[in-house]
Every structure is written in C-alpha cells, then in structure tokens.
Write a protein that binds this ligand. Sequence first.
Ligand code: HEM
Ligand SMILES: *[C@@H]1O[C@H](CO)[C@@H](O)[C@H](O)[C@H]1NC(C)=O
Ligand SMILES: *[C@@H]1O[C@H](CO)[C@@H](O)[C@H](O)[C@H]1NC(C)=O
Ligand SMILES: *[C@@H]1O[C@H](CO)[C@@H](O)[C@H](O)[C@H]1NC(C)=O
Ligand SMILES: *[C@@H]1O[C@H](CO)[C@@H](O)[C@H](O)[C@H]1NC(C)=O
Length: 318
Amino acid sequence: MARLTCFLALAFVIVFVGSSSAQLTTNFYEKSCPHLFPVVRDVVQSAIRKEARMGASLLRLHFHDCFVNGCDGSNLLDDTSSFKGEKSASPNFQSARGFEVIDQIKAAVERVCPGVVSCADILAVTARDSVVGLGGPTWDVKLGRRDARTANQAAANSSIPPASSSLSRLISSFQNQGLTIKDLVALYGGHSIGQARCTNFRAHIYNDSDINASFAKSLKANCPPKNGTGDNNLAPLDPQTPNKFDHIYFQGLVNKKAPLHSDQELTNGASTSSWIQKYSTNPSLFSSDFGTSMIKMGDIKPLTGSNGEIRKNCRRIN
Ligand code: HEM
Ligand SMILES: *[C@@H]1O[C@H](CO)[C@@H](O)[C@H](O)[C@H]1NC(C)=O
Ligand SMILES: *[C@@H]1O[C@H](CO)[C@@H](O)[C@H](O)[C@H]1NC(C)=O
Ligand SMILES: *[C@@H]1O[C@H](CO)[C@@H](O)[C@H](O)[C@H]1NC(C)=O
Ligand SMILES: *[C@@H]1O[C@H](CO)[C@@H](O)[C@H](O)[C@H]1NC(C)=O
C-alpha cells in the first residue's frame, strides 16, 4: 500500500512537473479578468466584418508564435537594438499580418484589466474567435501563458516550414513540437481560410505534376513565371470556400487543387492521406479534431509561474 502510494505520488510529480503545459487552465482569468472573452470577441468580429481574410491572418499568428520557442508572444515583438524580431524572418516577412488588430485587442483588454492578460494568451483566444467568426468550430482555450522577453529570428526561420517542404520535413517539423501526423493534417485545415502569395506557389503551379492542370492554369493568370514579378499577388488557400472555415479545403487536396506544394504533399503519404480522406467527407470529425489539435498546439512550451512577463504593449517588453 505504501509502495503504491509512493508510486502514485511519483507518477503525479512526473506528470505535472514534466509538462509545464499542465499549468494552463481554461478558467485562468475567471477572477482577474472576467470580461476577457467578450472583449476579445468583439474586436475580432469587427475586424472580420471589415475584412474576412483578417480572421485567417490572426489564426496564423498563433501558429507562428507557438512553433518558435513555444506560445510566448515572441512573434509580436518589434525589432530592438539588442535583437532582430521574428517579423522579418522568412516565413513572416511581407506575409504575417494582423499586428494592428492584436494591438487593438490588447488595448481593449488593458482597459478592463490592466497588466493581467498576456499577449500569448490573447493570440490563443484570438485564434479561436477568428475560426468561430468564419464559421468554424469552437474549443475551450487553455490560458495562463506569460510573454517572452526576447524574440528569436533564427528559430523562426528554421522552425516554421516553408511552402517548398516535402512530406517528411512537414512530419518531422510537427514531431519536433510534440505533434502527431493526425495533428499535422487536422491543423492544416487552418488553410481552409486565407491567402497565399505567388512567390510561395509559383514553383508548384509551373513545375509540379501533382496539380490539376486547369487549376494550375487559372492560377498562372495572376502569377507570372519569372521570380520577382507579381510575387505578392494572392490566391486563396481553399479556392472553393476561401472565407469559410470548413472541411471543403480537404476536398481541394483530394482533387489536386491546392496552391501550395506543401499542402499537396500531404496526399503523398498513406497515413496523412487517410486523414485527408476522412476529413474531406466528415465535417464534424474535422471540427472536433481541429479543436483538439489547436489545444495541443497551444500547449507548446508556455512560460508560466514567474517566467517571462505580462507585456503591457505586445510590440515591446516592459
Ligand atoms: C507545416 C505546415 C504549414 C506550412 C508549410 C504553411 C505554409 C503557409 C504558407 C506558405 C502560407 C502563405 C503565406 C504567404 O504566401 O504569404 C500560409 C498561410 C496561412 N497559414 Fe499556413 N502553413 C502551415 C501550417 C499552418 C497551420 C498549422 C495553420 C493554423 C492552424 C496555418 C494557417 C494559415 C493561414 C490561416 C494562412 C493564411 C494567412 C493570411 O491570409 O493572412 N498554417 N501558410
Ligand atoms: C532569417 O531569414 C531571413 C530571410 O531569409 C534572413 O534575412 C535573416 O538573416 C535570417 N535570420 C537569421 C538570424 O538567420
Ligand atoms: C522550374 O524548373 C526549372 C528547371 O529546374 C527552373 O529553371 C525554373 O526556374 C523553375 N521555374 C519555377 C517557376 O520555379
Ligand atoms: C481538373 O479540374 C477540372 C475543372 O474542375 C475538371 O474538369 C477536370 O476533370 C480535372 N482534371 C482531372 C485530371 O481531374
Ligand atoms: C526561382 O525561385 C525558385 C524557388 O525559390 C527556384 O527554385 C528557381 O530556381 C528560381 N528560378 C530562377 C530562374 O531563378
């Protein structure tokens, strides 16, 4: 009996000390900032009403935060004299957007509970509200993250895979974050909304064979073959329902109508393509798996306790 108790105590210590994410909770701000959720939701909704794509841009900011040294708001920091921020890292440069909306949300939250809610948590709640705002599923966001006091441009360059990635690179990049193949495919459903730039899909539409020819032709009209020409011209990641968060994106993958090489790569593996098949025909399975995997992604290496800080302005450390 004593031995069993000792074993259970040890197991408890391993589970709760071994994983810092165990400290995140859904009711973290229940007392300290009771109006957090409606305040964030209102700003997100009005931003989406102005421009539907903003919901996509805001969702992506949470992903680009979590994959670079954990969900710690590091990608929101502007450059300083002591570090180069992540905004000019290759996956973000001329691409990441929505920082002004995050500023608006942070200002609105600071008005109701100053100095309490981290920028990293604001990104997590904003990502959920963006998905909901574009017709997608909801989930209970875990909270209690604190903000980094530095950024890491080199890690942003290396941890967020580019559009040219092979399937094995995509899988290993998610595995490095503790995410499975199922998480990879479910989270890729984030590409149900938003836009990509010609520079990121040029090689795929001109040089790859695993793309529907008439679809490639339609994209070429707005993406000239020469590098450096029309680089920022846009095409929707989900050509059928670009402003609706739904499972239709996966039908595009099945039909070889994905603008990005990296997305079409997912159909080249037995286990990734079996998840794609399931999600393309089962919207409620996709919805619930997406929420589950977003919670897992949000658990990546948060700063908690006395680590980091609660930034007053998401663009700079206090
Ligand atoms: C390894 C996986 C991923 C790769 C290689 C990837 C790559 C890309 C690329 C190349 C773009 C277009 C950027 C541009 O042309 O400016 C993009 C956009 C986007 N990504 Fe991903 N992505 C990945 C995973 C994710 C995940 C996990 C999410 C969210 C759950 C996500 C959400 C988005 C959204 C919403 C956009 C559109 C943003 C906008 O319109 O402003 N991506 N992604
Ligand atoms: C990150 O990538 C960008 C764009 O390719 C490059 O200019 C920058 O020097 C890289 N930063 C680091 C720290 O490697
Ligand atoms: C396509 O591949 C050829 C041969 O490798 C290369 O010269 C060309 O620049 C590529 N075009 C694009 C748009 O990537
Ligand atoms: C490519 O897409 C077009 C237009 O949707 C469709 O008519 C055609 O059958 C597709 N081609 C292939 C090979 O599936
Ligand atoms: C254009 O850029 C692509 C991707 O960066 C590269 O593979 C290709 O070789 C480049 N083509 C030329 C002509 O520079």
